[in-house]
Design a protein around this ligand. Sequence first.
Ligand code: NAP
Length: 245
Amino acid sequence: MQNGKTAIVTGASGGIGAAIVRKLAADGYNVAILYGGNREKAEAVRQDICDNTDVRAEIYACDVADAAQCKAVVAEIIAAFGSIEVLVNNAGITRDNLILTMREEEFDAVINTNLKGCFHMIQSCCKHFLRKKYGKIINIASVSGLLGTAGQANYAASKAGLIAMTKTAARELAGKNICCNAVAPGFIETAMTQDLKNREQYLNSIPLKRAGQPEDVANTVAFLASDASDYITGTVIRVDGGLAI
Ligand code: NAP
């Protein structure tokens, strides 16, 4: 049943984003499904939601690295849905390489999508949340941003930056009843992790001895989007099977 709230999820054509948008729709949120380049996947997610729930679901192309696109798409969503209550910044990429050989384009692409992309979306939604005196911002970080990971100087820095941005937004916006939290997944089975080398060795280093599923992350996001988390802001919840203990 519809709950009267609208959620935006970026990167909702991908593994974790699709699970998040499906879970929020199942919980009654109208959903704006944002995708980067993969319209077909986004449309399949939308169709599935429309077949299985009574919420409104629309797809929007948006390169989060482009500030103007973020601003325009948020304005379009507010006009179409009437309001936004939840923003989930999930879009992200990897361009792994050792520091010694990492190219500047690889560094910049990851920072521009994973870190600046979240900034663009938060800035685009901020005024609307401030006027409403309500908002839930949930940023998908990574345990890489807590621990560092060899071969991921760009990615780990983007996610560590995102955690710092989460805490800053939480401090800046708390006075207007806007909460901002991060979720830090460990190893989740998606396209991003399908080519992982030393898979068995990696799984063995996880205390729960298995990879996580996109739904594990989606359940935590749903909690942070809900009223049950109203007194939680500026925190990072790990969904990692104990990997970063
Ligand atoms: P994925 O399946 O590769 O999905 C990535 C999503 O990001 C896709 O929907 C993609 O859209 C979108 N995207 C990429 N660049 C974009 C851009 N410039 N503008 C807008 N959208 C863009 O990856 P995933 O595993 O679901 O990852 C989702 C998030 O979880 C990421 O932030 C990732 O860093 C984080 N995470 C994942 C893991 C893991 O183990 N999988 C662990 C920790 C954190 P298109 O395909 O439409 O271009």
